[in-house]
Design a protein around this ligand. Structure first.
Ligand SMILES: Nc1ncnc2c1ncn2[C@@H]1O[C@H](COP(=O)(O)OP(=O)(O)OP(=O)(O)O)[C@@H](O)[C@H]1O
Ligand SMILES: [Mg+2]
Length: 421
């Protein structure tokens, strides 16, 4: 699975910024795929759509990508599905040819990109690893030693003579990752596949990353796991539609990634659907950030700012307004209610034709995850007499990259020390 990058393309490690050596130098990469089914095949279509050219059947998976990775650096690539991460890794691994641009690699490369790529499924693990060793130019003895190391790490000794087509995907991941680690390459390219492994194997991979960090090896890691990027990577880029939209420290890139994921779309249409009819209509409901902009996401610890506008079609006396937050499992995590704020002498009434703006700022101890907002209006200050109740009128996501789990985020101090004596 190790590939020697041609030394013609990659001469001696080129000096990078601040005198450090570059392991990977990528400039102006472009890669398009032709999309099927968009051919113009009738004269009628040609007349109706004269501007459709062959360009429209091209999907630009990489659109001018440039970056550098220093030797010894752990570099993360994140982005939504289809943003071009795997395509980029495949170009780096010479599996795809770029349409334009330049890739230079200094060192031996071990890609781990797709499940089973580089293996022959009709052969056993033993045969595959031996074949792989031969292709790497190992002697028989070396290849045998390597087989043992690979199987030990993968904990697949019992399955050494099983054909790979009978392996589970988790077993394939173990084997592929072990082969890659034992290849002792300088540059590792890894495309999320690791997520397929079970918890114990993922811990093992985490330990390997930990050991490799600072050992001089260079790692490029594609993942959707922001905790992994944060834990292992020195630097990361965020891809969107084949372009780098952010580059920088992993935490920052992780935040941008989560924003990209959750700051799309508007208020759920459930609000409109169930709001019609009664005396009061929910006109709008949304979340705001500290700057007063609409948002669908809230960072851990940031206040939750809920806003709603209701309009009365009929007089609604003594209204009470309520927000109720539930998590994705439907657990009610918090509810709050308020009455109409009035100047002295003003009636406690939402008169027909008038609107009320409802605002709540809620301190936020909630853990990360998706939350739903129910909104209701009662009359006569009643607890039960709903004029309207709109379930899941809005939803939002609480996000963050801290290593914590659970319903709520509690402030905590936590340490582990070696106990001496
Ligand atoms: N061999 C191919 N032929 C045609 N289109 C392709 C091919 N490989 C990728 N694409 C397209 O290129 C775009 C980028 O795909 P890519 O696999 O690089 O995304 P990704 O960022 O790895 O996504 P994911 O997070 O889902 O793995 C997608 O629109 C995809 O459909
Ligand atoms: Mg991918």
């Amino acid at each position: 699975m190790a590939v020697d990058v041609s030394t013609a393309a990659a001469p001696a490690p080129s000096p990078g910024v601040a005198g450090r050596s570059l392991a990977i130098d990528v400039r102006g990469l472009e890669k398009s795929f032709r999309l099927p089914g968009q051919k113009i095949d009738s004269l009628k279509e040609r007349v109706l759509h004269p501007t459709i050219s062959r360009d429209f059947s091209q999907l630009r998976a990489l659109d001018g990508i440039s970056f550098e990775v220093n030797q010894g650096e752990f570099f993360g690539i994140v982005g939504r599905n289809g943003s071009g991460k795997s395509t980029l890794l495949k170009v780096l691994a010479s599996i795809y040819r770029a349409d334009a641009g330049l890739v230079r690699m200094a060192g031996r490369l071990a890609p781990f990109i797709e499940l089973g790529v580089g293996f022959n499924m009709e052969l056993t693990a033993r045969e595959n690893v031996q074949l792989n060793g031969v292709m790497m130019g190992l002697t028989r003895k070396e290849a045998a030693r390597r087989l043992d190391a690979v199987l030990d790490f993968a904990e697949l000794n019992e399955f050494v003579d099983l054909k790979l087509k009978n392996y589970s995907s988790g077993m394939l991941v173990r084997l592929g990752f072990s082969v890659m680690i034992q290849a002792d390459a300088d540059i590792l390219l890894i495309d999320e596949v690791l997520a397929v492994g079970d918890a114990s194997f993922q811990q093992k991979c985490a330990d390997v990353f930990h050991d490799l960090r600072g050992s001089g090896k260079t790692l490029v890691l594609v993942t959707h796991d922001m905790n992994a990027v944060d834990a292992y990577c020195h630097r990361a880029i965020l891809l969107d539609h084949g372009q780098i939209v952010h580059e920088g420290n992993p935490q920052e890139v992780g935040r941008h990634y989560l924003r990209l994921n959750f700051e799309r779309g508007e208020t759920s249409s459930a609000a409109q659907a169930s709001a019609g009819g009664p005396a009061v209509r929910l006109v709008d409901i949304w979340l705001e950030d500290a700057a007063g902009e609409r948002t669908n996401s809230v960072e851990l610890d940031d206040d939750i700012r809920l806003r709603a506008i209701v309009e009365a079609d009929r007089d609604t006396p003594a209204p009470t307004f309520a927000f109720l937050l539930s998590n994705a499992d439907g657990v009610h995590v918090f509810g709050t209610a308020t009455q109409l704020k009035r100047e002295a002498g003003e009636p406690d009434l939402l008169a027909a034709g008038s609107r009320a703006k409802v605002s709540a700022r809620i301190l936020n101890p909630l853990g990360s995850g998706r939350y739903f907002v129910d909104f209701g209006v009662n009359r006569e200050h009643s607890q039960t007499d709903n004029v309207i109740w709109v379930s899941k009128a809005a939803d939002f996501v609480i996000y963050g990259t801290q290593a914590q789990t659970g319903l709520i985020a509690l402030e905590n101090e936590f340490e582990a020390v070696i106990e001496d004596g």
